[in-house]
Design a protein around this ligand. Structure first.
Ligand code: FSX
Length: 362
């Protein structure tokens, strides 16, 4: 796989124009929170950077991360960039199996020792190594031996980043994250259950162009995890006005009000879901009427119930978010009263009022 064509060849083969490529580079530059002046550098690097060998290991997971990546709109330039890396081992996607597949991994490790990028999805069971094995090799052993020659590791998905669902109480397999095992390599966490495809390819593109991106305290790229979903949620004006849905079929749900009281974890969840969205920018959970589950955060499965409103502070930014919520609810009460008055006035006048009207009039 090391003789893979370069990106310009792939673009031509898929009928993507240079203009389309530059447009993609401009959006990628903005997504990576780089100055627009960096766009030509991004384009040059993506076209000319040597494609690093990538070894992708999947451990205890549901394959949602790979599904998310491969079910993105195809063929996109993100797909091409992903394909343009030399993906030397990915046991879900590769045609080879058994000894042949393991030989490809060993060969790629030897040929690119110290230089390859290791991508891991899934958690690692340490309760008993035998709980999860590939070709007779335990996940723990395979991670250790493959990480030894890696330049860096990308932990894709919440399972690899923090342990995820396998780690949820009572954690029967003793599931842990990549960073619980590997201590001597740079690790980029790309959480999400699963992560947004463009975030995964964006992190790979950043690694190809400028190396390891700037990370937060949980080793997540700040460009993609710098803000909470709440910060950029289109329902935020309703939260600020104290307008909340309290059921899936009540007036608030129909009017598109804030889902905080339905248990939405947006105020404590860092991700670009509200801006980048899913399915080629079509929608995201809150837009489809469901509260955010908080899947980019550690222990999201055990954080008090998906449909219970946030209540217990846990850590500084959560405390800050809760204080903001308290302020928002109090401040929003006045707005809510005004909105209700608007609505009641409108009802008396037999006018139809929608969410935009409420926002405009209050
Ligand atoms: Fe975990 Fe990914 Fe959730 Fe599933 O590989 S982050 S269970 S979407 O598949 O690891």
């Amino acid at each position: 796989m090391t003789d893979k064509p370069m990106l310009p060849d792939l673009m031509r083969a898929h009928g993507i124009s240079r203009r389309g490529f530059l447009k993609y580079c401009a959006s990628l530059t903005s997504l990576m929170a780089l100055s627009p002046a960096m766009m030509p550098k991004v384009a040059y690097a993506l076209e000319n950077a040597p494609r690093p060998s990538v070894i992708w290991l999947s451990f205890q997971e549901c394959t949602g991360c790979t599904e998310s990546l491969t079910r993105s709109h195809a063929p996109t330039i993100e797909d091409l960039i992903f394909n343009a890396v030399s993906l030397d081992y990915h046991h879900t996607l590769q045609a080879a199996s058994g000894h042949q597949a393991e030989a490809a991994r060993t060969e790629a490790m030897q040929a690119n020792y110290g230089k390859y990028l290791l991508v891991v999805d899934g958690s690692i069971p340490i309760g008993d190594e035998g709980y999860s094995c590939i070709a007779g090799v335990s996940n723990l052993q395979m991670l250790k031996e493959t990480a030894a020659g890696a330049a860096a590791i990308v932990a894709v998905g919440t399972c690899a980043a923090y342990g995820g669902i396998p780690h949820a109480n009572p954690n029967p397999t003793g599931a842990v994250s990549v960073s619980d095992i590997i201590k001597d390599k740079p690790i980029i966490n790309v959480p999400g259950c699963p992560p947004i495809p463009v975030v995964m390819t964006g992190v790979l593109a950043h690694f190809l162009t400028f190396g390891i991106p700037e990370l937060d305290v949980l080793n997540r790229p700040k460009a993609f995890y710098g803000e909470t979903i709440h910060d950029r949620c289109y329902r935020r004006p309703f939260y600020d006005k104290g307008l909340f849905a309290e059921g899936f079929d009540d007036e608030g749900a129909r009017e598109g009000w804030c889902l905080y009281k339905m248990g939405c974890k947006g105020p404590t969840t860092r991700s670009v879901c509200a801006t980048v969205k899913w399915n080629d920018g079509t929608s995201f959970p809150i837009q489809s009427g469901h509260p955010c589950l908080g899947c980019t955060e550690p222990n999201f499965w055990d954080n008090g119930g998906f449909y219970k409103p946030l209540s217990v502070p846990a850590g500084d930014y959560r405390k800050a978010a809760l204080e903001a919520i308290a302020v928002g609810v109090v401040a929003g009460a006045a707005g809510a009263g005004l909105a209700r008055a608007n609505k009641s006035r409108a009802a008396k006048a037999h006018e139809k009022v929608d969410a935009h009207d409420l926002e405009r009039k209050s």
